[in-house]
Design a protein around this ligand. Structure first.
Ligand SMILES: [Zn+2]
Ligand SMILES: [Zn+2]
Length: 480
């Protein structure tokens, strides 16, 4: 018994002596050549990974000895801490996040080691909670990947569902473990893990997109100094649009974008010379936009010079309806977000699409620009004809509306012409595409709303009367 207890301690003692030999003066490092500096950088990284694994094992064991089944007899509680997290923070001085990473990695290593063992307290045979993380756990234990990398892989991949099996997650986790070994950093690994999960679970993309959209939020807080703070939590699509506008307002300040057109160069120079900070420019710019929006003529649809976000999607997959799109900003695209096929269809209603054909060697074959965006004149006609959002219960004026293709662009081959256009406010446009509400245009020129089966099993068409006073006048005059 004594051996088992003292052995790790002796090893730590020996390691501490070895580590105390590491040079700690600036001049020690200034004296080495580049090659040596890079070599010791690698050595130090490897040491950190080993220490990270050791830290995780200790954290895991503290958590094990503090597990809920032990109640007040648990290690953390006996030492005056309600949770192992609190105990770890107190004993290490680390942040909540650092402690969380170590505990999660420790739990992972412990569950792999405990597989098949019987818990002394509960008497249950233990099964790993994250069996798909086996190769990642092995690499962490071997000190070849960091515990942050392991954390990124685990949280990015998420849990199995009815649509995503543990086996599929295991394949993805193995891929990510190899990428981590090849030097992909923890931030990038998290995004890669999300991408891989999206690719496994194409149907889940829409669910996650809906969930993020539900979390959108905007509120104002009064600050004690008389200022007001705006907080805006955006779903990825809204965020991409807002970022595009923000970048247009301030990018020359950030030195990010190079303009080629003369008028843009002029504008960029003016922004650079402006003595306002980027944040002040953005504040003034967003206010100006809001004032102009509030001032807008509600009888006219907005939309010229609209901000642009780019969504890419494979056409073959689009045709089969089994796909996902990717948002990336025009300017300084950093993160790539996944969008559902419903979102791609809705964007096709509103935007310009460009078909790019590539051969198997990724050489460009053809480039074809297609006009999906209703022209200014077409939108004026739609504004007069419909008079606002055509949802029967909605009262949004044309200026709030987007032009929707009654026959969808990709799915039905719908054309961008007035007879295939209808006005929907952004909210109803989203709702119709996402929930599968359809619109029918009959030979008498009337519009009908067809609810999805989830709303009305019989899918009884609902009349969609025109909102336009001009059209009502026309009908009245003609009826006389
Ligand atoms: Zn649409
Ligand atoms: Zn509406």
């Amino acid at each position: 018994m004594d051996d088992i207890v003292t052995q790790p301690l002796e090893h730590y003692g020996a390691a501490a002596i070895a580590l105390s030999m590491l040079p700690t003066a600036v001049d020690d490092y200034r004296a080495v050549d580049d090659e040596t500096l890079l070599l010791i950088n690698d050595e130090c990284t490897a040491l950190e990974k080993r220490l990270g694994a050791a830290r995780a094992l200790i954290a895991g064991e503290i958590a094990h000895r503090s597990r809920a089944a032990l109640g007040q007899d648990g290690l953390a509680q006996r030492n005056g801490h309600r949770t192992p997290q609190g105990f770890m923070k107190h004993t290490t001085g680390a942040t909540k996040q650092q402690v969380g990473t170590a505990l999660d990695a420790g739990a992972l290593l412990a569950e792999m080691a405990d597989e098949g063992r019987v818990d002394a307290i509960t008497g249950e045979v233990q099964v790993p909670a994250h069996p798909w993380m086996r190769s990642v756990a092995r690499a962490v234990a071997a000190g070849t990947i960091s515990i942050s990398a392991s954390q990124s892989i685990r949280s990015g991949l998420g849990e199995p569902t009815s649509a995503v099996s543990a086996e599929q997650l295991e394949v993805a986790a193995d891929t990510l473990a190899r990428e981590a070994l090849a030097g992909v950093d923890a931030d990038r690994l998290f995004r890669r893990a999300r991408e891989l999960r999206d690719e496994i679970d194409v149907a889940g993309v829409k669910l996650r997109e809906d969930e993020l959209r539900r979390q959108r939020n905007l509120w104002l807080t009064d600050l004690p100094n008389g200022m007001t703070k705006l907080t805006w939590v955006m779903d990825p699509e809204t965020g991409a649009l807002a970022r595009e506008i923000f970048d247009r307002m301030v990018s020359p300040k950030h030195g990010g974008v190079r303009f080629v057109r003369a008028d843009q160069v002029e504008r960029a120079k003016a922004i650079e010379a402006d003595e306002r900070t980027a944040g002040q420019l953005a504040s003034d710019g967003f206010l100006q936009l809001m004032l102009q929006g509030a001032d807008a003529d509600t009888s006219v649809m907005l939309g010229s010079g609209a901000p642009v976000i780019r969504i890419t999607v494979a056409e073959e997959a689009l045709a089969s309806g089994d796909s996902l799109g990717r948002i990336d900003g025009q300017v300084g695209a950093t993160a790539v977000d996944t969008v559902s096929i419903e979102t791609v269809e809705r964007q096709l209603c509103n935007g310009v699409s460009i078909r790019m054909g590539f051969d198997p060697a990724a050489n460009l074959l053809d480039l074809e620009r297609e006009q999906r965006l209703f022209s200014r004149r077409q939108r004026e006609v739609l504004a007069v004809k419909f008079g606002g959002c055509m949802d029967p219960a909605c009262e949004r004026p044309p200026s709030w509306c987007e032009a929707h293709h009654v026959k969808h662009v990709a799915r039905d081959g719908g054309k961008t012409e007035v007879r295939n256009g209808i006005l929907l406010c952004r909210w109803h446009h989203l709702k119709y595409h996402n929930e599968g509400w359809e619109i029918r245009h009959d030979s008498a020129g009337r519009y009908w709303l067809i609810p999805p089966q989830s709303v009305d099993v019989s899918q009884t068409p609902r009349p969609m009367p025109l909102k336009s006073a001009a059209m009502r006048d026309l009908e009245r005059v003609r009826g006389q």
